[in-house]
Design a protein around this ligand. Structure first.
Ligand SMILES: [Zn+2]
Length: 359
């Protein structure tokens, strides 16, 4: 994860904080200083923001650990100024599972709210004794409790792909096909996103960012789910490519460059003693040129550990795996033998053709 600081990991889920987060802290400090607020008070505000983002991490762990229960791993959790994102390797397709994964995050915040409220009542905190709105050692728990309640409620707004929108999609998907459920949830999400942006313009710039994030996120997921639905029912066999360009493992990279520039091919199968042993993509060629030169051998930059799929595997599952691991090309295997390749672009074309034909 570039431009992010690694904070640590729990249950195999790594937590990163994005560099832009420092801008948020800087903005808080500078805007407070300009208002002439004393340093101690600013320090407490910063402590509050950090504590709040700890709660956001717990929220994301709610999603990640719920997903783990269904055998879905989480690549990482990244904290941005507008909130955290848990990158699940895939989303559960069973609506009930998706429901639990989506609701687990807000439930964590409700839990924190209840615990902090109990602490407050235990310490005999009296809200009427509050004289001014100021974060200090006696009020920070109150503010954290309220903020967690707000976080829970805000995330439950049905603006897909926010948690509430995912819950809505899960409910719809119990009755409707998943692609249709996503389309409806996505439409509602985009409508609410426009409202967020409009409202945020006059009140809160962060809401504008969140609105844009929701709007684009909804569009991307709707098209993604639609593509997936077109692949349903097809097998790897239906999209296999038997024609492809090959390169010897010990050929110089210049040969790959030559083929890249003089043909339609963007990736190659690397062979050794007439056996396919790896793949070489455009990105790897470019990386090889940057790090070395045209004369280094193909084997220095090729991927000798490509994804391998059997001919009878479901095409939608395979495609999801290729997308989530960002692999442009994969091997197709039958009875342990190399048969051909799957190519991400080719599958996209397959989707376009199938959607044009209305399946
Ligand atoms: Zn969430």
């Amino acid at each position: 994860m570039k431009l992010s600081l690694y904070l640590g990991k729990y249950k195999n889920v790594k937590v990163f904080i994005h560099w832009t987060f420092s801008l948020l802290l800087l903005w808080i400090i500078i805007s407070n200083l300009r208002q002439g607020i004393p340093g101690v008070d600013i320090l407490w505000t910063v402590i509050f923001v950090l504590a709040l983002f700890c709660c956001v991490v717990f929220h994301e762990f709610g999603h990640a650990l719920a997903a783990q229960k269904y055998g879905i791993q989480t690549k990482d959790i990244v904290l941005y100024p507008i909130g955290g994102i848990a990158r699940l390797e895939k989303l559960p397709e069973d609506p009930k599972q998706e429901l639990w994964v989506a609701i687990a995050g807000p439930l964590v915040n409700v839990g924190i709210f209840l615990i902090l409220s109990a602490v407050l009542s235990f310490t005999g905190f009296n809200i009427e004794s509050l004289e001014e709105i100021k974060i200090n050692p006696t009020t920070i728990i109150l503010y954290l409790a309220s903020a967690n309640l707000i976080l829970a409620v805000f995330n439950l707004i049905p603006a897909f792909p926010m948690d509430g929108g995912r819950i809505l999609r899960a409910f719809l998907a119990i009755r409707l096909p998943r692609a249709q459920a996503t389309q409806i949830a996505g439409g509602i999400g985009q409508f609410l996103a426009i409202f967020f942006i409009f409202f945020g313009l006059f009140n809160n710039p962060i809401l504008v960012l969140i609105g844009i994030f929701i709007f684009l996120g909804a569009a991307a997921e709707v098209s993604h789910t639609q593509q997936e639905s077109f692949l349903k029912g097809f097998k790897v066999n239906d999209a296999i490519m038997m024609k492809f360009q090959i390169l010897a493992f010990d050929a110089p990279l210049s040969k790959a460059v030559d083929k890249l520039l003089n043909s339609q091919a963007t990736h190659f199968v690397v062979v050794k003693d007439d056996v396919a042993v790896g793949t070489l993509s455009r990105n790897e060629i470019i990386r090889g040129l940057k790090e070395g030169d045209e004369n280094i051998a193909v084997e220095k930059v090729a991927d000798f550990n490509p994804l391998k799929f059997e001919t009878e595997e479901n095409l939608d599952d395979v495609w999801k795996k290729m997308m989530s691991e960002n692999r442009k090309v994969a091997f197709v295997i039958e009875n342990g033998h190399f048969l051909g390749i799957l190519d991400q672009e080719n599958i996209s074309e397959f989707i376009m053709v199938k959607s044009a034909l209305g399946k």
